[in-house]
Design a binder for this molecule. Sequence first.
Ligand code: KMH
Ligand code: ZN
Length: 273
Amino acid sequence: MTAETLITVAPTGAEADKAEVPALPVTLEELVETARRCEAAGAAVIHVHIRDAAARPTLDLARLTDTVAALRESTDLIVQLSTGGAVTDSYEDRLRVLDAAPDACSLTCGTVNFGDDVFMNPWPFMAELYRATQAKGVVPEFELFDLGHVAALHRLLDEYGEPYGGHVHCDLVMGVPGGMPGDTATLAAAVRALPAGATWSATGIGRTTLPVMFAALSAGGHLRVGMEDTLTYARGRPVRDNAELVARAAEAARLIQRPPMDPARAREFLSVK
Ligand code: KMH
Ligand code: ZN
């Protein structure tokens, strides 16, 4: 078990509406300020979705490139761009994300029902994206929304070899309506099925946030938190900002005697350049 806890913050996502959630960071200034505060609270990685001038999700390459530069200038956080985007984004746009030269990117290991939508990740797309991460020197984080995604991850590694950097790190995304439920038994089943030597974090969507956080900590895993996944801090109390979610995760990590990992150590841990 790692002596420290890697905390990733996912501050924005592609789904929440700024008009309904004013605290959501959607401009570059809001994102940089959020990143600074989350780093101070204990985050080491930032999982980034960006928005356009109207606060709609976008994969615009110039904006992504500026975002990577601004986050690098203002923080030491590992910058992980989402290649998942929004359910409406094309495969072409999602592949182009790597041209913004992030440290890391998400790579979802299969298609999943996503509320009333479908988040499409067919095998040929996954394989092309994986090979592009290897060619461009971007460290992938394998997003697993379902137990079948673990099988697809094994297939990816068997057919195309190890990821850039040589280390396999996964994120269990639990509690999405249509994906695996966010409970301890499912988390244990998913972790048991991971490739040997892989490390993992977990996040629980909505009301599964706290059960998944504590199950992950007690099983020796790492944490992802943020307003992409959770908009309610406690019953009847909306999240004030991302930093309070990171602060809560950091406090739980300290309580379980695996304090937050700093970004420099996280770079070694994830084999990020
Ligand atoms: N917004 C979801 C459709 C990722 O970032 O890679 C996909 C998602 C996963 O958030
Ligand atoms: Zn995401």
